[in-house]
Ligand binder design. Structure first.
Ligand code: ZN
Ligand code: ZN
Length: 154
């Protein structure tokens, strides 16, 4: 279910350290740091499921009942433009958000829509070969694998 190579970079830092980093990243891009944004980031940063804005909203509301969906959307946009989160537009469903900002690939279940990280597989040689074959200077890539997740296969 979970990936073999667990990303623990967030877990290793204290909530105070995370907040300080978030504040710095937001303010560097001219965004405001607020307690609500910290709570939204807290939900995103502990989720490995690449949640949608709606899912994050549902979860944040447990601790901040007054927060609005619009506030969650604005927070997520601020995170993406500050480089502390990535927005994934996979398939036709709603955008999903990822706290992991380094390049990595995803698998998506065509039945339930679940998205997981592909970790521990080095695709560098494959991507380099694709660039050479097309004579493109590749600067970025998006790769999405589609299939049936373990839950849906059973
Ligand atoms: Zn599935
Ligand atoms: Zn991811």
């Amino acid at each position: 279910m979970t990936s073999p190579v667990a990303d623990t970079s967030l877990q290793r830092r204290t909530p105070e350290e995370l907040e300080a980093e978030l504040r710095e990243a937001l303010e560097a891009e001219g965004h405001r740091f607020t307690a609500q944004r910290a709570a939204v980031y807290g939900v995103l940063g502990t989720s490995r499921s690449h949640p949608t804005a709606d899912e994050i909203f549902t979860s944040v509301r447990e601790t901040l009942p007054d927060i609005s969906l619009a506030t969650v959307y604005k927070a997520l946009e601020a995170f993406v433009s500050s480089g502390v989160a990535r927005k994934l537009t996979l398939g036709e469903g709603p955008a999903r958000y990822d706290y992991r900002t380094e390049e990595h690939e995803h698998v998506r279940c065509v039945s339930c829509g679940r998205v997981a990280d592909v970790d521990g597989v080095d695709l560098t040689a494959c991507l380099e070969a694709a660039g050479r074959k097309t004579d493109f200077e590749v600067v970025e890539h998006r790769l999405e694998l589609l299939g049936h997740c373990p839950r849906c296969r059973n």
